[in-house]
Design a protein around this ligand. Structure first.
Ligand code: NAP
Length: 508
């Protein structure tokens, strides 16, 4: 895993973006490349090729992306630095072509040959599939047929450098489709050439979970079933489905969030210490952890769908009244589950996960609840209950770490109160402007796969949720909609923890 500020520029290379006119390219990839230019972390020689079926010249493409970049920067009251932009812009070439047509790949091959000749790119190419998932297999196959992804060998006596492929999300929509996509990619590429992105892993605070756990002697001795009562992971959103009704109808909250984002947070929290920060060592520990998770049953999960309500000060409509959503939709906009990890460290410690739309507030956190101290000492005092100690890792917003513990309230009586010590990243570190893709793109350029998912991990995650997806597909959810927009989710989610004598932290 790279630490951006201490790194040197990646080797010369071409980056080919499929979906050059798409939303991801405009809003995230180009701003990320611009931010890499700020920190002098673009390849020393770069050719940026955009492929898309909308016809335009390279100048038009560059001009449009500059306008979008200006909009992105304006959100932080920033203006484009012309010199930096020129660094990115001078590398850009647009190639009009259809992803499904072989001639697109022939033209791409010719263009890459020319650019390599001109710019001495050492044959290195990073292909970025910033396209809808239905194209992932097609593009990989066509690149393969055109001989564009063979790396490290020789091609017409010319040296071929690295050939890497970034695959965006979603990676499959169930176990069978994830396996099929993996098989399709593996037909043409070796595992080490494939970078499956989960942009959650690009977040500094997610990477910092490892720094906190393994960079401090303090936590490891208490990071286990002897000291920890349970863990709660929350990814709450206050927005509804907005314009993504069609996507959500086919996907739902579980597929959209749990096998990728939430399971990655579980992995970061629960994995054993790796022997090094080498990608394969970390991935091996994550894989071990996934293997130890108990099979899920329908009694371990809860689904919900939002009704109308008030979010903040605004009225919000019910999910079933959103655009492109069926008035009788059974798609879940909320999912909660209880996971048990059957290994030496975590046996008997539940991990409760929840995610949903139209909840009270937007935030992502991992909350670790420690076992309570024995009450015996306070027998003769007014204290009749001890609050639990919590360590809360806030991933977004207000990234930071909070420790809640009991302190004596000043005064003659022995009365306790739960207090907090707080660390906020923004108070300590000047954060470089970032859209969250900088580290991920940089890591691909230097060939560090730590923050990317390996084939077996993706399949293990889908395998775990498979019984739930199947069970839900075969039973009509009763009581949908079952939570008001702006609330903390369905009451059944409270019952899930109440069964174990526990309760969720408030979403507030
Ligand atoms: N957008 C985000 O914020 C975001 C965030 C995280 C991940 N992602 C992932 O990133 C990927 C891309 O998302 P996106 O929102 O950028 O999609 P998008 O806006 O639909 O971009 C895809 C681009 O490919 C073009 N295209 C479609 N079919 C083509 C074909 N047969 N040949 C050549 N070009 C074609 C589209 O043109 P037309 O539109 O004219 O057809 C469009 O310009 C998806 O996998 C998504 O899940 C997106």
């Amino acid at each position: 895993m790279s630490m951006l500020s201490h790194k040197s520029p990646p080797p010369p290379c071409a980056i080919v973006i499929f979906g050059a006119n798409g939303d991801l390219t405009k809003r995230l990839i180009i701003p990320a490349l611009y931010n890499l230019a700020r920190t002098q972390l673009l390849p020393s020689s770069l050719a940026l090729v955009g492929v898309d079926h909308n016809k335009k010249t390279s100048e038009e493409w560059t001009g449009q992306l500059k306008d979008f970049l200006a909009q992105v920067l304006a959100k932080n009251n920033e203006e484009i630095d012309e010199m930096l932009w020129r660094q990115v812009a001078r590398s850009m070439t647009f190639l009009s072509g259809d992803f499904e047509k072989p001639e697109t790949y022939q033209s791409l091959k010719d263009l890459l040959g020319e650019l390599d000749e001109k710019q001495a790119l050492e044959g290195n190419v990073l292909f970025y599939m910033a396209v809808a998932d239905r194209f992932f297999g097609t593009i990989a196959g066509k690149l393969g047929e055109a001989g564009l992804v063979e790396s490290g060998g020789s091609d017409n006596n010319k040296k071929v450098g690295f050939r890497r492929l970034i695959v965006e999300k979603p990676f499959g929509h169930d176990l069978a489709s994830a396996k099929a996509l993996n098989a399709c990619l593996r037909k043409w590429l070796k595992e080490e050439q494939i970078y499956r992105i989960d942009h959650f892993l690009g977040k500094e605070t997610v990477q910092n979970i490892m720094a906190l756990r393994f960079g401090n002697g303090l936590f490891e001795p208490i990071w286990n079933r002897d000291r920890i009562d349970h863990v709660q992971i929350t990814v709450a959103e206050s927005i509804g489905v907005e314009t993504r009704g069609k996507f959500y109808e086919a996907t739902g909250a579980l597929r959209d969030m749990i096998p990728n984002h939430l399971f990655q947070l579980v992995a970061m929290t629960a994995m054993e210490p790796p022997v090094s920060f080498d990608a394969e060592d970390i991935r091996a520990k994550k894989a071990e952890m996934f293997k130890a998770i108990h099979c899920l049953t329908l009694s371990d999960v809860v689904r919900g769908q939002y009704d109308s309500g008030i979010v903040g000060d605004e009225k919000a409509k019910a999910y079933r009244a959103e655009a492109n959503v069926s008035p009788e939709s059974t798609a879940e906009t909320y999912a909660a589950m209880r996971l048990m990890i059957d290994n030496w460290r975590w046996a008997g410690v539940p991990f409760y996960l929840r995610t949903g739309k139209r909840l009270t507030k937007r935030y992502t956190e991992i909350a670790i609840r420690f076992k309570s101290a024995p009450l015996a000492l306070f027998r003769e005092t007014p204290v009749d209950e001890l609050d639990a100690d919590w360590l809360i890792l806030r991933v977004q917003p207000d990234e930071g770490i909070r420790l809640r513990f009991n302190a004596k309230r000043p005064g003659p009586a022995m009365a306790l109160e739960s207090v907090a010590m707080e660390f906020k990243y923004k108070d300590y570190f000047k954060q470089a402007p970032a859209v969250g893709y900088e580290t991920l793109i940089y890591d691909c350029l230097i060939g560090d796969a730590t923050l990317f998912q390996r084939a077996d991990q993706v399949e293990a995650a889908w395998d775990l949720v498979a019984p739930v997806l199947e069970g839900w597909a075969n039973t009509t959810p009763r009581h949908f909609p079952n939570y008001a927009a702006g609330s903390e989710g369905p009451s059944a989610a409270n019952d899930l923890l109440a069964r174990d004598g526990r309760s969720w932290r408030r979403i507030s």
